[in-house]
Design a protein around this ligand. Structure first.
Ligand code: ADP
Ligand code: MG
Length: 593
């Protein structure tokens, strides 16, 4: 065995770097978090070749005093905590004092930094963490860290990197989250000399969403703002039309941190449950502020876990906030005859230099006029959808509207055309009726007051021995659902009453479906299965497409719709009504250019 020796500090740094820096993403994260901790109001990030050739982070924060610059590059050198007690109340993002030393040990690094009280800035250069060279140079207050040739001295790690595009995409996502977490900081992000996005740092979350996701998305948002004793939630959720096949649009920040939590995701999706089709996920941009002592965030460079002290309370709070937001807004999707171009308009106004402590003139974000975001913005190409003039959208499903709208007629025996204010509304009769039936049924189910339709001739059902056992265990469920069933003899039963909504033929199917399900699980009446069952009962009971209806019937349907909690989607998440503006039509007929 070789002789035992204490490792050199540079070797220790390199080993630590393995933990802290797996890929360029980690470098950017550590550097930007340092910039945020330094109270910067403007941060520029530039990467070349996915970050492996160059990463530059420039901020206008407090800077590092010249006599401490070298110290900052020692392992465990930090200004953020002094002792172990500080760990309990840590507010800043990083505190391990490992980032700068680790990054320096595996790159060619230059740090240019100046504090306000000093006249000159310092420039400190290191190669693989060695040969530190400190010089005075002229630079404004703030810090720039340049990281060149990452992993140049750890070739194995370099080999494990993915393509520049993939590494770049991790960084892009990170910066989006950081920009969203801090709308009060102006971010600019450049990839291979091209500005990818910028935010103005004027504090508007909606503006950051606009800059990152574009106008179409920004128009589809519902604002949330709820506060209770120890918890506050604000931000935006997408209307139910704004969905994804995966959870990539579910964003949330808890006490300023971008996190992933399965509890939070479930709570969000539960709040949306009556509005989304199966396997669709919503858009959310939620900011939650809560007492730090009620959560436990385990911050490790590569993962982030959160535990809530009161899981149930937190879950319900989030779900309710979303449900409330969805039920208080009119959610009729607007159709455009011309499909909008998905790409967001890229505008690159002159950005404030990171060093400009005084912000350039505050840009007022005006969602309906996206192109006035900067004075230097050039007009978009003609193909882009022209913004509509500002309208106070009228509330269609309201008592007031019901006195004024005009039912024009039925189309394809399925859709109803209704004119109100300066809009045309198109209602799907089946979807609307289905929703009415569904909500009614649900209420009755919850109150155990489903009406029973007595049958003149009872239906006899014969059960297998197994089915018989399940039925006897769960007969109260059937009773609550509105079935009236009596023992007939042996394993035969006589069904002499069925749920009112089922009258018409599907009662036996539903009975056996329910039985089959109860065999598998003991769910309660409000479980997702039961809701699904109600949806299928409602669907079977609702008026179908391809059926002629009269205008008074439709007027009654509309009147009922407006009493519902969520009249805008059928139980399967499809819209019940869509709308089109007069403006949109006139544009199509070229009355308006
Ligand atoms: P940590 O952030 O965990 O304290 P780092 O190695 O990332 O450790 O940074 C070491 C110290 O250098 C920080 O505590 C801070 O005092 C200083 N520092 C790093 N980056 C900046 C910056 N952008 N602006 C001002 N000070 C900085
Ligand atoms: Mg740090």
């Amino acid at each position: 065995m070789a002789e035992i020796a204490i490792l050199q500090s540079n070797t220790i740094d390199k080993i630590a770097a393995g933990e802290v820096v797996e890929r360029p993403f980690n470098v950017v994260k550590e550097l930007v978090e340092n910039a945020i901790d330094a109270k910067s109001t403007s941060i520029h990030v530039e990467i070349i070749d996915g970050g492996s050739t160059l990463i530059r982070v420039t901020d206008n924060g407090c800077g590092i005093p010249t006599k401490q610059v070298e110290l900052a590059f020692y392992r465990h050198a930090t200004s953020k905590i002094k002792n172990v007690e500080d760990l309990e109340i840590i507010q800043s993002l990083g505190f391990r004092g490992e980032a700068l030393s680790s990054i320096a040990s595996i790159s060619r690094l230059t740090c240019i930094t100046k504090i306000e009280d000093e006249l000159m800035a310092s420039s400190y250069e290191l190669t693989g963490g060695n040969d530190g060279k400190l010089q005075y140079i002229g630079a404004p207050t703030g810090t720039t860290i340049l990281v060149k040739d990452l992993f140049f001295n750890t070739p194995v790690r370099r080999k494990f990197l993915k393509s520049s595009q993939v590494e770049g995409s991790y960084i892009t996502e990170l910066l989006e989250h950081l920009a969203l977490s801090r709308p009060d900081i102006a971010f600019q992000y450049t990839i291979n000399h091209k500005v990818k996005f910028y935010t103005t740092g004027n504090g508007s979350i909606k503006e950051v969403i606009y800059q990152l996701y574009g106008m179409e998305m920004t128009k589809e948002l519902i604002e949330i703002s709820v506060q209770e004793k120890n918890i506050k939630i604000y931000g935006f959720i997408g209307k139910p039309t704004l969905t994804r096949h995966n959870r990539s649009y579910e964003h949330y920040f808890i006490n300023g941190r971008y996190l992933k939590s399965s509890l939070m995701a479930k709570a969000i999706e539960h709040g949306f449950r009556n509005h989304l089709m199966q396997h669709r996920y919503p858009f959310t941009m939620l900011y939650i502020e809560m007492d730090p002592s009620t959560i436990d965030i385990n911050i490790h460079p590569s993962k982030m876990e959160i535990k809530f002290m009161d899981e149930e309370g937190f879950y319900q709070y989030i779900t309710k906030a979303i449900e409330d937001a969805l039920t208080t807004k009119e959610l009729i999707p607007e159709v455009l005859l011309q499909e909008p171009i998905k790409e967001k308009p890229i505008s690159i106004p002159k950005q404030p230099e990171p060093f400009e402590v005084i912000r350039h003139e505050q840009l007022v974000f005006e969602p309906t006029e996206p192109y006035i975001i900067s004075k230097t913005y050039t007009k978009p190409p003609e193909t882009k959808p022209i913004e509509q003039p500002k309208i106070e959208t009228p509330i269609f499903l309201s008592k007031e509207a019901s006195e004024h709208y005009e039912i024009l007629g039925q189309l394809f025996k399925t859709y109803w055309l209704i004119a109100y204010d300066d809009r045309l509304y198109i209602m799907d009769q089946h979807a609307a009726h289905e929703k009415i039936k569904y909500e009614r049924l649900l209420k009755k189910l919850v109150n155990s007051s489903i009406d029973t339709q007595q049958l003149f001739i009872p239906i006899i059902i014969s059960l297998s021995p197994k089915e018989d056992v399940i039925y006897q265990e769960h007969d109260s469920v059937f009773e609550k659902m509105g079935f009236s069933i009596a023992h007939f003899g042996g394993r035969e039963y006589s069904m002499d009453g069925i749920p009112m909504e089922l009258f018409g033929g599907s009662e036996k199917d539903i009975f056996f479906e329910l039985l089959q399900h109860l065999e598998r699980s003991n769910e309660d009446l409000t479980s997702s299965y039961m809701l699904q069952k109600c949806a299928s009962i409602a669907c079977k009971a609702a008026v179908k497409g391809n059926t002629i209806m009269s205008k008074p019937q439709v007027a009654a349907l509309l009147d009922e719709l407006l009493t519902l909690e969520n009249p805008y989607q059928c139980p399967h998440g499809r819209p019940t009504i869509i709308t089109m503006t007069q403006y949109e039509l006139e544009k199509k007929f070229k009355r308006i250019v």
